[in-house]
Design a protein around this ligand. Structure first.
Ligand code: NAD
Length: 297
């Protein structure tokens, strides 16, 4: 796409995959990450990659990291229910102040910005820490969309999964996969009929990069795009399949713990914007996704 790309949060689950594919395509990549959740191990060694360990709220660090870049992907964020609950104040700050610093750099450099928001902005207001995350992402969206000087793409991913995703933030699939790998009980909240959709990270990146290309070709300055799978599966079914695929004799235990964490609206992406620029067909079906998650668990 371009010659030099900055990825904030580039040592994280999605960011490191993005870095790998851009490097493989011959682009130069600068990663800015404070390693609060990400790891340098996720990134390939070799030429073309520069890593700066720093905080995205630090405007000076972002300014340095964005030197000579043609495009910025802004992914740095506190992510996951557990991480957000542990520090709601930092969550809001990192998202709002970080996006402010990144937008300033994009404006200074005159380069396009791709901001990773979240499907959670599409939920109605809720109480509790999740709302802190959603509200901060909504504010950040308004901020980047509220200027008219550089092209902006706001990406709202819906439940993205794949090898390398940490269970640390409380993500459901890595947590279940870890238990399946260890041969431990897979604890499913409630009756297991609650559904989710899962999109493989490579399908997210295929769609996002194709969309950004399409947006550029169309000369569009501002786009908001939802990206996700539209085929819901029950969590109980996912757990059964993981236990079977792992082959370690793990059993699924339903009704474990509180259902409060699972009690959220069934969310499906609106793919209208995506399909205006992209012929979107996720390559990964559920079992290949689960096998991939098991490899990394
Ligand atoms: P992740 O936690 O693996 O990656 C986030 C990265 O940001 C980590 O490497 C972390 O160290 C870094 N980071 C956190 N605070 C920072 C700070 N102050 N300064 C610099 N770096 C900081 O999460 P991910 O799943 O790769 O998510 C990437 C982006 O996609 C996030 O913006 C997230 O909100 C969004 N998103 C992800 C999903 C999903 O399903 N994974 C869904 C919706 C939105």
């Amino acid at each position: 796409m371009t010659a030099r790309v900055l990825i904030t949060g580039g040592a994280g689950f999605i960011g490191a995959r993005l870095a790998r594919r851009l490097l493989a395509g011959g682009e130069h990549v600068t990663v800015l990450d404070d390693l609060s959740a990400g790891s340098l191990d996720a990134l390939p060694a070799g030429p073309g990659l520069e890593v700066l360990v720093g905080d995205v709220r630090d405007a000076e660090a972002v300014h340095r990291a964005s030197a000579r870049v043609d495009l910025i992907f802004h992914l740095a964020s506190v992510v996951g229910v557990d991480a957000v609950t542990a520090d709601p104040g930092r969550t809001g700050d990192v998202i709002r102040e970080g996006t402010e610093a990144v937008l300033r750099a994009a404006l200074d450099r005159g380069c396009p910005l791709v901001f990773f928001s979240s499907s959670e902005v599409t939920d109605g207001p809720r109480r509790g820490p999740r709302e802190v995350y959603a509200r901060a992402k909504r504010d950040a969206e308004s901020l980047v969309l509220g200027q008219a000087h550089v092209p902006v793409t706001v990406v709202r991913p819906f439940n993205v999964v794949g090898a390398g995703q940490s269970a640390r933030g409380g993500a459901v699939l890595p947590t279940l996969a870890g238990a399946a790998r260890r041969g431990e009980d897979l604890l499913v909240h409630g009756d297991g009929h609650q559904t989710r959709t899962f999109l493989h990270v490579e399908d997210l990146l295929d769609a996002t990069t194709a969309f950004v290309r399409g947006q550029r070709a169309a000369g569009s300055q501002r786009e908001v795009v939802e990206v996700g799978d539209t085929r819901p599966v029950a969590i109980g079914e996912v757990a059964e399949r993981l236990a079977r695929l792992a082959g370690r004799g793990a059993r699924v235990r339903r009704g474990a713990g509180s259902t409060a964490r699972e009690d959220r609206p069934r969310r499906l992406p609106d793919l209208t914007a995506l399909c205006a620029h992209v012929d979107f067909r996720p390559r990964h079906a559920l079992d290949p996704i689960l096998r991939d998650v098991l490899v990394g668990a």
